[in-house]
Design a binder for this molecule. Structure first.
Ligand code: ARG
Length: 465
């Protein structure tokens, strides 16, 4: 395919150098955005009189036809083109002849590529946002049947206090909700038009940047042509939101891996989301969750790649910036796989209620409740903490748990509990423990139901945005 810059050159580009220089293998996926940008540009050129209305129409009809044929597969992009912009323009000139040569008036590949990436990323953000919403919805659906499923809440991976499973799952709902918020915030800054910045300095043609911005659905126009062609902060911002999102998903994945282990047995994963071992016939491995956790590395890497790519570049466009696309696209592709895969994993998982509550057996995780009980009897929390510490020590020495204590035995261990022994025994059951934590955002089933209702509202209001 003919080079867009051949005129100045006598010799041919070396084949190895072409391989280094060409971006078509990875930027070809932006052909829809490239054509959309060109249609808007052609229309503007006609409306302001830089080309005739007839020429503008011809270009637009030719571009639309090309898009249809690329879409249907009856036309392919020429493999030997330097990049997607060259490929599209080359195909257009095969179809239209000389008039195709007018399309690039008042435009450069520098504003063109920035436009294409912004359009591509805008669409990708919308798709990812929808996927995230579905994952959030699944968490809510599962949470709805587990307001009374009790399991250990951990700190330091030690049993800390009992919680209900809905509470645990809703924690991820809110993390993902902030991820969604971050993406929609990034989208505002992605959705600004660089088109019309031309190579770097703007153009002498009487272009109408508002018109092309409106046609492409951009909300604002980038005010400085140097900035427009030379910053990639919008991609970096997206990648940092993606990195945080991946970190959240990775934590969920890690819990699923752990919960699926024979030591925990909190979940049983479906065959559809597990694989076997080639040597150990008994194995059923939680690969989806492991890969979700593992792929976080490449998403973090993409963020660092782009930050590093950009940090030393002088204004304005530099060819280095062609390297912005692969990490960006890889991140989009990764998340488009991982988010729905994690949704399938949790949707098809069995949560083993009996096992969860059984692990609380004799684990002293309601010791705080005994201390709280003493506070209600008039002790300071410090004294109460001390007293309960002594009770726990005695129980451990006798090989029993708090649940094995009777009003008589607790009064014998700790005379200061004698008067309220019945209430003390009632306070240390796991159901009493969770039910007590009614504070907003706490684990009491009623509080979690209220939180769940807020989460439902939140997701509904997000649907309309
Ligand atoms: N393939 C190039 C990129 O991705 C397009 C812009 C080329 N601009 C140029 N001045 N050579 O950045």
């Amino acid at each position: 395919m003919r080079k867009l810059w051949g005129g100045r050159f006598e010799g041919k580009t070396d084949a190895l150098i072409e391989q280094l220089n060409n971006s078509l293998p990875f930027d070809s996926r932006m052909w829809r955005q490239d054509i959309a940008g060109s249609i808007a540009h052609a229309r503007m050129l006609g409306e302001v009189g830089i080309i005739t209305e007839k020429e503008s129409n011809e270009l637009r009809i030719g571009l639309a036809g090309l898009a249809a044929d690329l879409g249907s597969g009856s036309q392919e992009l020429p493999e030997d083109a330097e990049d997607v912009h060259t490929a599209v323009e080359g195909l257009l000139s095969e179809r239209l002849g000389a008039v195709a040569g007018k399309l690039h008036t008042a435009r450069s590949r520098n504003d063109q590529v920035a436009t294409d990436v912004r359009l591509y990323l805008r669409d990708a953000i919308d798709v990812l946002t929808a996927e995230l919403r579905e994952l959030q919805q699944s968490l809510l659906t599962i949470a709805e049947s587990h307001f009374d499923t009790i399991l250990p809440g951990y700190t330091h991976l030690q049993h800390a206090q009992p919680i209900v499973l809905s509470h645990h799952l809703l924690a991820y709902f809110w993390m993902l909700d902030r991820d969604r918020e971050r993406l929609s915030d990034v989208r505002k800054r992605v959705n600004r038009s660089p088109l019309g910045a031309a190579a770097l300095a703007g153009t002498g043609y009487p272009i109408d940047r508002e018109l092309t911005a409106n046609l492409l659905g951009f909300e604002e126009i980038l005010e400085n042509s140097l900035d427009a062609v030379s910053d990639r902060d919008f991609s970096i911002e997206f990648l940092s939101a993606a990195a945080i999102l991946s970190m959240h998903i990775s934590r969920l994945a890690e819990e699923i891996v752990m919960w699926n282990s024979p030591e925990f047995r909190f979940v049983t994963l479906d065959d559809a989301v597990t694989t076997g071992s080639s040597i150990m016939p008994q194995k059923k491995n939680p690969d989806v969750a492991e890969l979700a956790r593992g792929k976080t590395g490449r998403v973090f890497g993409a963020l660092i790649s782009l930050l590093t790519l950009m940090k030393g570049l002088p204004l304005s466009y530099n060819k280095d910036m062609q390297e912005d696309k692969e990490p960006l696209f890889d991140t989009i592709d990764t998340l488009r796989l991982v988010i729905p895969a994690m949704r399938m994993t949790i949707e098809t998982a069995q949560f083993n209620r009996e096992r969860m509550v059984a692990t609380l057996d004799r684990d002293f995780s309601t010791a705080t409740d005994l201390a709280d009980h003493l506070v209600w009897q008039g002790f300071t929390f410090r004294d109460a903490h001390d007293i309960v510490g002594g009770v726990v020590r005695t129980c451990i020495a006798r090989g029993i748990g708090l649940e094995d204590l009777t009003p008589d035995s607790i009064a014998a261990i700790e005379p200061r509990l004698k008067e309220s022994a019945d209430a003390a025994i009632a306070a240390v059951t796991v159901t009493a423990s969770v039910s007590a934590r009614k504070s907003r955002g706490g684990t009491a089933p009623d509080a979690v139901r209220a939180q769940w209702a807020r989460a439902i509202d939140r997701l509904k209001s997000a649907q309309s945005v």
